[in-house]
Design a binder for this molecule. Structure first.
Ligand SMILES: [Zn+2]
Ligand SMILES: [Zn+2]
Length: 206
């Protein structure tokens, strides 16, 4: 059975999600903002095999633990192909400002819009949602949507960072997220969860 557990990682306590199959033991990590002893020990205690680490986008608060977890669990990093510059540039990804050290790395697999990633008998669907960042993605796994900093409960991602586009953000949400089933659960990069139905009804930005 597919399970999900949320952790807080890194200096901004980003929402990091661990999705795993409790029988098959496959797992993947969404947005490790830092190395978290709670996350690491949960994986080890449950003898999970981390198939990959997937990044909703390349801002420092979401990627600070990606390289260490890649090494530790021998798991490739997946990110959208339009996020190369962000991952490579400490200026764009704000790692120098946030961590006091530069983060710069490349993903092991570059994703495209609508890409399907098989996982433990089910699949991830990649939805490219540029706006908050050029290669921002939302990840749909059955009824769970990991929305990164694109869509929050009652809010939307900021567009005042380098490479952001206010127009693209609203287009992404309207045309690619609000067409999903209303009962899809939304798990953002910060703060609480919601559903597509609730956001269509109550999000004050729309
Ligand atoms: Zn961000
Ligand atoms: Zn963030």
């Amino acid at each position: 059975m597919l399970m999900m557990k949320q952790f807080y990682t890194g200096p901004l306590y980003v929402n990091t999600y661990l999705v795993y199959d409790n029988e098959k033991k496959n797992a993947f990590i969404v947005d490790p903002g830092g190395v978290s002893p709670a996350l690491t020990s949960f994986i080890e205690m449950n003898k999970l095999k981390v198939d990959f680490i997937i990044l909703t986008h390349g801002h420092a608060d979401h990627i600070g633990g990606a390289e260490e977890y890649r090494d530790k669990f021998k798991a490739p990093i997946y990110a959208h192909k339009d996020e190369k510059e962000m991952l490579e540039s400490p200026m764009y990804n704000s790692s120098r400002a946030l961590f006091g050290k530069s983060i710069s790395f490349m993903a092991d697999k570059w994703l495209a819009d609508k890409e399907i990633i098989p996982f433990a008998g089910t699949e991830l669907k990649i939805i490219h949602t540029p706006g908050h960042s050029p290669g921002g993605i939302c990840i749909l796994v059955e009824k769970w949507l990991f929305s990164g900093d694109t869509l929050f409960a009652g809010s939307v991602g900021r567009t005042d960072f380098p490479l952001c586009s206010h127009y693209a953000l609203f287009e992404s949400i309207r045309e690619k997220l609000f067409i999903l089933d209303e009962d899809v659960e939304v798990y953002p990069g910060h703060e609480g969860s919601s559903t597509i139905g609730n956001e269509k009804k109550y999000n004050p930005f729309f």
